[in-house]
Design a protein around this ligand. Structure first.
Ligand code: PLP
Length: 448
């Protein structure tokens, strides 16, 4: 029963990103079933999953084709590695499919088991590229404050979440610059001015460090875990100008925005960017099987493939055949059912319209959305954008009220975020917005 399960959970399971003392107070929520865009807990409480699991289940939870593809593969060739000049049919087929759906110049893939491992791989590819180009002084990687790039030492160092840096010594060749967070950090600037300003911070940092020492810039197209920070429209074009000026690689971390979340296949497509490396994970298998990787653009691939010497890097589960079959099944569904086009043309614009209505709510300072993501900034005072308190209590309250009302929303501080499955209908968008509104009403009462 539930309380026994919660007790065993408390005794034996160490959860990621969790304050263990909180578990004693509340007990974990035991999730037992899922269907379509909904999850249910052990008490039978059914919730619209406004977070697609952990930004993974873009197709929702009822795609047996993916489960069947994994099962069939596990019965034929459950495992073989891709080390030492071995390969498997699923890994070749998925590499082909990825080359077709990613931007045209990205024709190679290095598979990993997760997004964090893929960003570790990026650091090694960057270093190898510049070493082979005989520019070993290019060592520094620039990333952004409040970005998230995973939880390995390399991922957490690349990430700009100071809480994560406190636990260990972050890698010393990574530098962080301002994030393009207009609501929180734009001051008196218009969004357009602030977009340019945030991009110029990259230029300033490159000049401060010396362009000859800077190897790469890594960024999410939109910061996801940091609070769905959608950059002003001026941001990416200005970043492109800066990067074109210096000989610096661009890594776009598409772990959240890859596979359709913006209404295009990748955030890079949405913003018209041409990354040299592109991290993916999560939705590549619809979350059904662990798989990540990095797409390697022709510029880097040509150098590392044409010069001799071993790329001394890899994981046991790189290109796991069952994971690759899950990836192929997922890409087939995305393509055959025009899921991404539907987000771009129908459900994305509808969410934008309905979500924007929440900006009228007395405790909402900003409601922003793009494709199938959204964020609400909770404030005590709309005019001054003042928060309720320094501990971000309102975010936690709103998350709990949302769950009570049958909707999973996530709180990043006092920013509420959603990333529902791409398959949700316009009726389910209505349901989501109404449940979010009720959660806001309940939060306003609780914080009064
Ligand atoms: N990069 C981004 C942008 C992410 O959002 C995440 C996970 O949320 C990662 C990397 C790390 O991926 P994983 O948890 O699969 O290691």
């Amino acid at each position: 029963n539930k309380s026994e399960l919660q007790q065993h959970d408390r005794e034996h399971l160490l959860h990621p990103f969790t304050d263990f003392s909180d578990l004693g107070k509340q007990g974990t929520r035991v999730i037992t079933n899922a269907d379509g865009a909904y999850i249910s807990d052990i008490d039978g409480h059914r919730m619209l999953d406004g977070m697609s699991g952990l930004w993974c289940c873009n197709l929702g939870y009822s795609r047996n084709e993916i489960a069947d593809a994994v099962y069939e593969q596990l019965r034929t060739l459950p495992f073989y590695n891709s080390f030492f000049q071995c390969t498997t049919v699923p890994s070749i087929q998925l590499a082909d499919a990825l080359a077709e759906v990613t931007p045209a110049h990205m024709n190679n893939v290095f598979f990993t088991g997760s997004g964090s491992e893929a960003n570790d791989t990026n650091l090694r590819l960057i270093r190898r590229y510049w070493d082979l180009k005989e520019q070993p002084e290019k060592r520094i990687v620039i990333s952004r404050k409040n970005g998230y790039h995973g939880s390995t030492i390399a991922g957490a160092s690349l990430g700009g979440m100071s809480g994560m840096h406190k636990q260990f010594q972050a890698l010393d060749y990574i530098e962080h610059i301002q994030q393009p967070y207009w609501f929180g950090e734009g001051g008196d600037m218009s969004p357009e001015e602030f977009g340019i300003h945030a991009a110029r911070c990259l230029d300033e940092k490159i000049q401060e460090l010396g362009p000859e020492k800077v190897a790469a810039f890594i960024a999410e197209p939109i910061q996801g875990a940091g609070g769905v920070i959608i950059p002003p429209e001026t941001y990416w074009p200005e970043v492109k100008k800066v990067l074109d000026q210096y000989d610096i690689l661009l890594v776009m971390d598409e772990v959240i925005f890859g596979f359709g979340r913006t209404g295009e296949w990748f955030g890079a497509d949405y913003y018209g960017m041409k990354p040299d490396l592109m991290t993916f994970a999560k939705a590549v298998t619809n979350g059904y099987f662990p798989l990540g990787g990095t797409m390697v653009g022709d510029r880097v691939a040509e150098v590392i493939k044409s010069r001799g010497g071993e790329f001394t890097h890899g994981y046991t589960y790189s290109a796991h055949p069952a994971a690759c079959m899950a990836g192929l099944a997922t890409i087939n569904i995305l393509r055959n059912e025009n899921i991404i086009e539907n987000v771009r043309d129908v459900t994305g614009p509808y969410l934008a319209k309905r979500w924007a209505e929440l900006a009228e709510h007395p405790i909402v300072g900003e409601a922003r959305s793009l494709g199938m993501v959204g964020a609400l900034e909770l404030v005590k005072d709309k005019g001054s954008r003042a928060r309720f308190d320094d501990d971000c209590t309102a975010g936690g309250v709103c998350r709990d009220m949302s769950i009570k009302n049958g909707l999973v929303m996530r709180a990043t501080g006092d920013t509420m975020i959603i990333a529902p499955p791409l398959i949700i209908t316009t009726e389910q968008v209505d349901e989501l917005v109404e449940k979010a509104r009720r959660a806001l009403d309940d939060t306003a009462k609780a914080m009064a």
